[in-house]
Every structure is written in structure tokens, then in C-alpha cells.
Ligand binder design. Structure first.
Ligand SMILES: Cc1cc2nc3c(=O)[nH]c(=O)nc-3n(C[C@H](O)[C@H](O)[C@H](O)COP(=O)(O)OP(=O)(O)OC[C@H]3O[C@@H](n4cnc5c(N)ncnc54)[C@H](O)[C@@H]3O)c2cc1C
Length: 471
């Protein structure tokens, strides 16, 4: 009997329960379908498409050329493929985006009606959202009790499983196309410089985990706040695409001596789980404020300010460094994601939707669960969010977390020669200091696009009004 294994966000062989189940049959037809027609505004962004191109290429190599690539309506493709080849079983690992849940449920019903077995598995989480509820059977809304009580105390993550031995089916779907036919790479050559920052695929993901354990983890708890240091794992795109599973990471960390750093790292994986949990139980998370009182917030619609933020030309060096890191590498350090997010929403007064959309297009780890939950968190309207009045000051954040300026100077090279004292507030530098550093504000580096103190006060005033106006 042949089984179809439908690869989705599980682009790996190890710890892939659906693939392992498929491999138990006589032979397996491994397929990937590019199908985000139903995702609407959450169709894959440009950076995600670039990553997908490279990860499919890597997976195909690992499968020795046995990955069949298709494009179009998944339901029609699976149904046709199974009936035309007399295939009676399909396996996949579950996804949790609301549009995918609707689509997959429909596919499952259709295939079952055609007498085709569908077997689905958990390939991307330590704790599936429907398995964790409070005593009163409602979902958690606060991270700590969710993670400590709902997850850790209830069940440890299951152990990862080995790569299966696969016998590949000797057939080629007639609708199969080549990787190039998917047109994933944009015409502009931006993608070539972006991908140079990454090694893509299952093997690279495991190597990155090992390097992080050797070199970064021992100072994670403190070091994770400093964008110029190498104390974060940069595993997020590998996790998003399923090149590595959270259970593999969990197990690797558990097998070394546990301490504050390992605990903290595991709790960040916990935040990823919590984001999926929120998206599953509150499927409007990408669109609607989790706290409804923010529906009354007077957001500003200002294209000029939005574009300055997107281009990394706000005149606030740490913000500009982060936005340029995002554009150049498809990634941004978490501390800087928080700084630029707070700046957009609270200082510029622009809706968090605009930030989430821009990140969606530019991040190689763009993930509907983590992106939506994190934007709501930084905007103050999310579950267990930072209080609205916590407004990051981009000057003091820069001075504290990039005090030697290595990160900022890397991405904003026009400020490279400015002394540390003025690096995060060039407008305060005396003319002679600016001249020595070859900086002419407003010419080769922007003047600040807003005033910090005024915009901060405006945000706090708006919040006070919202609090009073909301029912
Ligand atoms: C405004 C904003 C938008 C974000 N958008 C995304 C997104 O689209 N995709 C995404 O994966 N993460 C997102 N994050 C969360 C976080 O910034 C990234 O997961 C992290 O920076 C990835 O880098 P790392 O792998 O080096 O993290 P590490 O510090 O090494 O953490 C290990 C893993 O834990 C998970 N993790 C860490 N922090 C968080 C967090 N706050 N929330 C959820 N999971 C976390 C990630 O899977 C990460 O790979 C966002 C954060 C903010 C503030």
C-alpha cells in the first residue's frame, strides 16, 4: 500500500511523526503543495517565499530527489492524486492557523468520503492547544500559569523520534512541477544577499542548535537582551518551517545540566507554544485586539511616518538599525523587535496591524501565531501584554543594550564615527563632533521624525481617553 505524506510546516525527516507513520506502509509518495490561496492577507510574504525556495531544495536533496512539488488547490490535488493512483492513505502534521484548520478539516472530510484514510499528527508543538485548559475547561489567558501549571506540571514534551527509513513510491504525479515553476524568488536580487545570512534546511538547523548550546546558551538569560552579542539561537525560521521540532530542542537542552539560562531558554520556547495556544483558542488574534477596549484607540494614519519606519530612516539610530537588519537579513533581534514595535505603535501612533504586515513580508520567521501575539503584546492590547504605559525609550534602550554601539554601527554605518556618547541621540551632538564624524543631519542621516517626549505624552493621553470611553 502506498501512502501520501503531505509536507507542510514540517520540512524535515527526524521527529516527524506523520512521515514516520507513512513510512510504515509499503512505500511513500512525498509531496509539497504550494497553496495559500485561502490565507488571503496572510499569504506568504516575500522573505518567507525566499526561505521556502531554499528549504524545499534542501529537503528534496535529503530525500534524494523524491520530493514532488505541486501548486494549487490542495483538496483537488490530493483527491485527484489519491484516486488516479489508487492510494488509500494520506498523512500530515497538523497546522494551527485558522484558515488552515478550516481547509484541512474540509480536505479530511472529502478524502474520507472517497474512502481514503487520513492520519494527522502533532509535528510542531510540545503541547497541542486543545490539550491544555484551566480547571474550569476554559483556555488560559496569562502565560505563567499556562506554562507552569497547564504545561510543565501536566505532561513533559514527548521524546523526539528518529528519521524513518523510507521506500519511495515509484510514481510521478502528472501535475508535479519544478521548484522554479513556483516562482518563489522575486525578480530583484535582494533575496541573494538576504539568504547569504543563513544556512537553510534540517541539517543546518541541527548544527545551529549545537553551536548555540556550545557558544550562546551559557549566558542566555542576560545575554539575550544584547543585540550585538551572540547569545540567542536564531532558530526561529528553522522552527517556523519545521526544519527542527521544539521537542528536539527541548530534549537537547534537557540532556545538559539545567540552570537559569536553560530554564529561561525553555520558557522562550514556552512563549512560542503560548502564541500558538492563543491563535488556536482566539482565532481572530491576527485581526482583532485581544483587549476590546483598544478598539476605541485613535490610531494615526500617516504614510510618511510609516515609510520612514519601514525604511529605517526615523532618525532614531537603534530603531533604524533594527529595521535595516530586518530588510537585509530577514531577521531582527527580539530586544530590537520590541523597541521598533513600541516606537511604531506608541511614538508614531500607528496601528499595530501595519507593523505586523510589514514584519510578515520581511521576516524569514514570519509566523502567524508569534507575530500576531507579539504585536498585540507590544501594543499593550494582547493577552498578558506589556502595560500600555510601558513605552520603550529608543535612546536609553540603545545606551543600555548596545552600549558599545556594535549593532547600531553595523546597520547604520553612516554613524560609525560618532562617539558612543551621541550614538543614540545624534541631534544632541555639537556641530564640531558631527563634522568630525562626517554627519550632516537631514542630509546623510535623518533628523528625528518625531519628538520623543511629546509623542510619549500624546500616547498616554490617548490611552487615558480610551480607558474612559470603553464600556
Ligand atoms: C513585534 C514582534 C514580532 C515578532 N514576530 C515573530 C514572528 O513572526 N515569528 C517568530 O518566530 N517570532 C516572532 N517574535 C518573537 C521573537 O522576537 C522571535 O521568536 C525571536 O527573536 C527569534 O530569535 P531567536 O530564534 O534567536 O530566539 P531565541 O531567544 O533563541 O529563542 C528561541 C526560540 O523561542 C521562541 N521565542 C523566543 N522569544 C519568543 C517570543 N517573544 N514569542 C514567541 N516565541 C518566542 C522562538 O521560536 C525562538 O526561535 C516577535 C516578537 C516581537 C516583539
Amino acid at each position: 500500500m502506498t501512502t501520501i505524506h503531505w509536507f507542510r510546516q514540517d520540512l524535515r525527516l527526524a521527529d516527524n511523526p506523520a512521515l514516520a507513520a507513512a513510512a510504515e506502509s509499503e512505500d511513500v509518495l512525498c509531496i509539497y503543495i504550494l497553496d495559500d490561496i485561502n490565507a488571503q492577507s496572510w499569504a506568504m510574504g516575500a522573505a518567507s517565499r525566499v526561505w521556502l525556495y531554499h528549504t524545499l531544495d534542501a529537503l528534496n536533496k535529503t530525500l534524494q530527489g523524491h520530493l514532488h512539488i505541486l501548486q494549487g488547490n490542495s483538496k483537488a490535488i490530493l483527491s485527484e492524486l489519491a484516486t488516479s493512483h489508487g492510494i488509500k492513505r494520506v498523512t500530515w502534521n497538523r497546522c494551527y492557523e485558522p484558515w488552515r484548520i478550516v481547509r484541512d478539516t474540509d480536505i479530511k472530510t472529502t478524502l474520507k468520503d472517497q474512502d481514503i484514510q487520513v492520519r494527522t499528527y502533532n509535528g510542531s508543538l510540545c503541547w497541542e492547544p486543545h490539550t491544555v485548559l484551566k480547571n474550569d475547561s476554559t483556555p488560559y489567558r496569562v502565560f505563567t500559569p499556562y506554562y507552569r501549571k497547564g504545561c510543565l506540571r501536566a505532561t513533559p514534551p514527548s521524546l523526539p523520534i528518529d528519521s524513518p527509513k523510507i521506500t519511495h513510491a515509484n510514481l510521478k504525479p502528472k501535475q508535479a512541477c519544478s521548484l522554479e515553476d513556483l516562482n518563489l524568488l522575486p525578480k530583484k536580487d535582494w533575496h541573494q544577499s538576504l539568504i547569504k545570512h543563513w544556512q537553510v534546511g534540517e541539517h543546518a538547523a541541527m548544527q545551529k542548535l549545537e553551536a548555540f548550546i556550545d557558544e550562546g546558551l551559557h549566558q542566555y538569560k542576560e545575554g539575550r537582551n544584547f543585540p550585538g552579542q551572540k547569545h540567542v539561537s536564531r532558530l526561529s525560521p528553522h522552527l517556523h518551517w519545521g526544519e527542527i521540532s521544539p521537542r528536539q530542542i527541548w530534549q537537547a537542552i534537557q540532556s545538559i545540566a539545567l540552570n537559569d539560562n536553560t530554564d529561561h531558554f525553555l520558557s522562550e520556547l514556552g512563549w512560542r507554544e503560548f502564541s500558538y495556544y492563543l491563535l488556536y483558542h482566539f482565532p481572530s488574534l491576527p485581526e482583532e485586539n485581544f483587549q476590546a477596549k483598544f478598539d476605541y484607540f485613535p490610531w494615526r494614519n500617516n504614510k510618511r511616518l510609516l515609510q520612514a519606519w519601514q525604511n529605517g530612516s526615523t532618525g532614531y539610530p537603534i530603531v533604524d538599525a533594527g529595521m535595516r537588519e530586518l530588510w537585509q537579513t530577514g531577521y531582527m533581534h527580539n530586544r530590537v523587535r520590541m523597541i521598533v514595535g513600541s516606537f511604531l505603535v506608541k511614538n508614531l501612533g500607528i496601528h499595530w496591524h501595519e507593523g505586523a504586515k510589514w514584519f510578515w513580508n520581511c521576516l524569514v520567521d514570519a509566523d502567524l501565531a508569534s507575530n500576531s501575539a507579539s504585536w498585540q503584546w507590544i501594543a499593550g492590547c494582547g493577552a498578558d501584554a506589556a502595560p500600555y504605559f510601558r513605552i520603550f525609550n529608543p535612546v536609553t534602550q540603545g545606551e543600555k543594550f548596545d552600549s558599545m554601539g556594535a549593532y547600531t554601527r553595523q546597520y547604520v554605518p553612516e554613524l560609525a564615527d560618532l562617539p558612543d556618547k551621541y550614538l543614540f541621540k545624534p541631534w544632541e551632538a555639537p556641530e564640531t563632533v558631527l563634522a568630525q564624524a562626517n554627519i550632516i543631519l537631514g542630509i546623510n542621516y535623518p533628523k528625528p521624525i518625531i519628538k520623543l517626549a511629546q509623542s510619549r505624552q500624546a500616547a498616554l493621553d490617548a490611552y487615558e481617553k480610551v480607558k474612559k470611553a470603553s464600556p
